[in-house]
Design a binder for this molecule. Structure first.
Ligand code: ADP
Ligand code: MG
Length: 445
């Protein structure tokens, strides 16, 4: 059965993608309620979870004939921290449904913040204590700023404080998948009941995933209205503000704005220092203040990149028996092309331009110039998509970089998202290559 999962999976992704990301993947265990997978390091784990969870879920379904959730662990770490996994197991036993998709790391205790995100954290804490307090809470902001973390922290704390309540945390993608399965099995009624009647709080991540998917948007809004009218807490998160979710019906957007919409801010340097310390501690290593400041100064606001740097330091320190000192940190940042230690002085945006050049042959100036030539438009759209999804830039920043209107940027994002959804090879292939080459140049999202 394990073999079969891997075989199905191999057939469902391009060969290059397989070699880059899946070669260390192993099926450790197939339980009655989940499948445990392992990979070589945390970076690959994150990557597979964010980019390929749909493919993995499909392969598990095809091989086992069942809808089983999966977990991915780092081979090295999963075998070490026995005590941790024991406590995790007992928690899972207590509340199997609710905890299964929350990461152990995403707690309020682990979330570092300064003045910039205090309001968000306070609002989140209040909601955990009094679900329904601000309804809905809409959290938005760029990639890697901690939206998923804060949402899961709210869910986890709410479960701790109100063990009798049913708190559901789900990504929009999972919501869509469950809905599709329910339709196929003729179980739409059960699906609706599950969310509408049984949820005391619903936290839904990455709502922008529903852009261009009218059917599931409607289903979600029925659920939303139903829960909202019943005073149940809703928390929604997105990479853009409610107003920027252009494809959503106005009625929905105004409902999103009814409660509290908070933008998650980029952490200050001081906060990044605390995050660096905290991230290292989460991986059971101690880094000096000097090294933490160094990382905070040189890695930008995308915390995934900071995490990527720390994980790379850990892996490298382990393999080469190095100390966690400045020279290791410098070496790692240089290898990841981060900050002034990149050896080359290219900014992330310049790096993206050069990746697009490698992929499509178009130079930066050619992308900026006005031309409606189909190939060039496609290259420009890829750049826009890359700026959003590999660099986590806002619509405004993208618009000014590419010297186009706000609405053009949104249109381009929609086009690419739609093509990805429809598995259009002329787009999925270059997007995959873009992610791979950006990640090998920067080692993080
Ligand atoms: P987003 O959902 O906004 O893209 P995530 O919540 O996935 O971002 O955060 C990326 C990573 O950075 C996660 O591992 C998360 O735990 C960590 N992280 C983000 N912000 C913070 C923070 N303020 N303190 C500690 N860890 C953080
Ligand atoms: Mg997220």
């Amino acid at each position: 059965m394990s073999r079969k999962i891997l075989d199905v999976l191999r057939d469902s992704v391009p060969k290059k993608t397989w070699n880059n990301w899946f070669s260390s993947l192993e099926v450790k265990k197939i339980d009655h309620d989940r499948v445990e997978l392992t990979v070589d390091n945390l970076f690959i784990k994150d990557w597979l979870q964010t980019r390929f969870s749909k493919e993995i879920t499909n392969a598990i379904r095809a091989a086992t004939g069942r809808e089983l959730p999966f977990t991915i662990q780092d081979k090295n770490i999963s075998s070490q921290s026995k005590s941790e996994s024991v406590s995790q197991e007992s928690l899972v036993r207590k509340r199997p449904l609710q905890l299964s998709n929350l990461s152990e790391e995403c707690t309020f205790e682990n979330f570092q913040f300064g003045i910039e995100n205090r309001f968000l954290v306070e609002a989140g804490r209040e909601i955990s204590l009094n679900p329904g307090a601000y309804n809905p809470l809409f959290i938005y902001g760029g990639v890697g700023l901690g939206k998923t973390h804060i949402m899961q922290a709210i869910a986890r704390r709410a479960m701790d404080i109100h063990p009798e309540k049913r708190i559901i945390y789900i990504t929009s993608e999972q919501f869509l998948n469950e809905m599709v399965v329910a339709i196929k099995k003729n179980e739409v009624h059960r699906f609706r009941e599950e969310y509408r009647r049984k949820a005391d709080a619903l936290l839904i991540d990455d709502i922008q995933f529903l852009v261009g998917k009218k059917g599931v948007q409607n289903e979600f809004f029925h659920t939303f209205n139903h829960l909202h009218d019943a005073g149940k807490q809703l928390v929604i998160c997105s990479d853009r503000s409610p107003e920027e979710l252009e494809d959503f019906h106005e009625r929905y957007v105004s409902r999103f704005q009814m409660g509290l919409a908070i933008r998650i801010s980029e952490p200050s340097e001081e906060t990044r220092f605390l995050i660096a310390k905290g991230l290292a501690k989460r991986e059971n290593v101690e880094i000096s203040d000097e090294v933490a400041w160094f990382l905070a100064r040189n890695v930008d606001a995308n915390i995934r990149r900071l995490r990527g740097a720390i994980i790379k330091m850990i892996v490298q320190a382990k393999i080469y028996e190095q100390d966690y000192d400045l020279s290791l940190a410098t070496e790692v940042l240089r290898s990841m092309n981060i900050g002034t230690f990149s050896g080359q002085t290219k900014s992330p945006v310049e790096l993206l331009f050069s990746c697009i050049k490698e992929l499509t042959g178009f130079e930066k100036e050619e992308l900026l110039a006005s031309s409606r030539d189909a190939e060039r438009v496609r290259a420009r759209y890829l750049f826009i998509y890359g700026m959003k999804n590999t660099l986590g830039r806002s619509i405004n920043e993208i618009a000014s970089t590419i010297r186009r209107k706000h609405s053009t940027v949104i249109h381009a994002l929609k086009k690419i998202e739609k093509a990805l959804e429809q598995k259009d090879d002329t787009i999925t292939e270059p997007v995959n290559r873009l992610f791979t080459s950006m990640s090998s140049k920067s080692q993080a999202s």
